[in-house]
Design a protein around this ligand. Structure first.
Ligand SMILES: NC(=O)c1ccc[n+]([C@@H]2O[C@H](COP(=O)([O-])OP(=O)(O)OC[C@H]3O[C@@H](n4cnc5c(N)ncnc54)[C@H](OP(=O)(O)O)[C@@H]3O)[C@@H](O)[C@H]2O)c1
Length: 181
């Protein structure tokens, strides 16, 4: 059972501009499709509406959209009114789910401390934008990474990283073994 976040972030923390993405990186989009396929995806209402109509709901995945608006309807998607409700509904489908943004929803997920794994694409550029990914702090360690150079289809180089929680620094006494720090 894991709550996973997937995001592409510039080196200055920017993830969005004018209601959309500040870049066009087709191989990162493909990475997003491949990674999330078959899993429920949880989205804020603004991010959901930023997905071109012909691509939503995202196919092959249960789409869960969070809004305060009790009258909001999104054909083919489940509409809920809190992150907690979104996670409960997503888990009915598959225990391994993805939070796919945007900024507000990421911020709430980290505030609630419910994230187990982050699929982070670091876009090697500083870009202008109006939506930022929250500061991660040092609770995370990179367990996998793969570089993708800039090329004719990709204006920026980027690196796919997988981050998991670093073991928490805690002192405990195990009745079956030595005291461990
Ligand atoms: N680079 C990336 O990987 C990436 C990924 C995703 C998104 N983005 C970008 O991020 C931007 C969108 O992010 P955003 O922060 O503006 O918006 P968002 O997080 O996508 O959606 C915010 C909306 O979600 C609803 N919401 C949030 N918290 C809620 C709660 N606790 N209860 C009920 N509803 C709640 C509200 O909808 P209502 O207003 O309807 O009540 C709120 O206005 C876009 O530019 C998008 O392209 C980038």
């Amino acid at each position: 059972m894991s709550v996973q976040v997937i995001v592409a972030m510039a080196e200055n923390g920017v993830i969005g501009r004018d209601g959309g993405l500040p870049w066009h990186l087709p191989d990162d989009m493909q990475h997003f499709q491949r990674t999330t396929m078959g899993h429920p995806v949880i989205s804020g209402r603004k991010n959901y509406q930023s997905i071109p109509e012909r691509f939503r709901p995202l196919k092959g995945r249960s789409n869960v959209v969070i809004t305060h608006d009790r009258d909001y309807r999104a054909e083919g998607a489940l509409v809920v009114h809190s992150l907690e409700q979104a996670i409960t509904e997503a888990r009915r489908v598959n225990e391994d789910l993805f939070i796919i943004g945007g900024g507000q929803i990421y911020a709430e997920a980290f505030l609630q401390d419910i994230v187990d794994r982050i699929f982070l694409t670091v876009v090697h550029a500083e870009v202008d934008g109006d939506v930022y990914f929250p500061e991660l702090g040092d609770a995370w360690q990179v367990v996998e990474e793969q570089f993708h150079p800039a090329d004719v289809r990709h204006e920026h180089a980027f690196t796919f990283k997988t981050l998991e929680r670093a073991p928490r620094d805690r002192t405990f006494s195990d009745p079956n073994g030595p005291t461990t720090k």
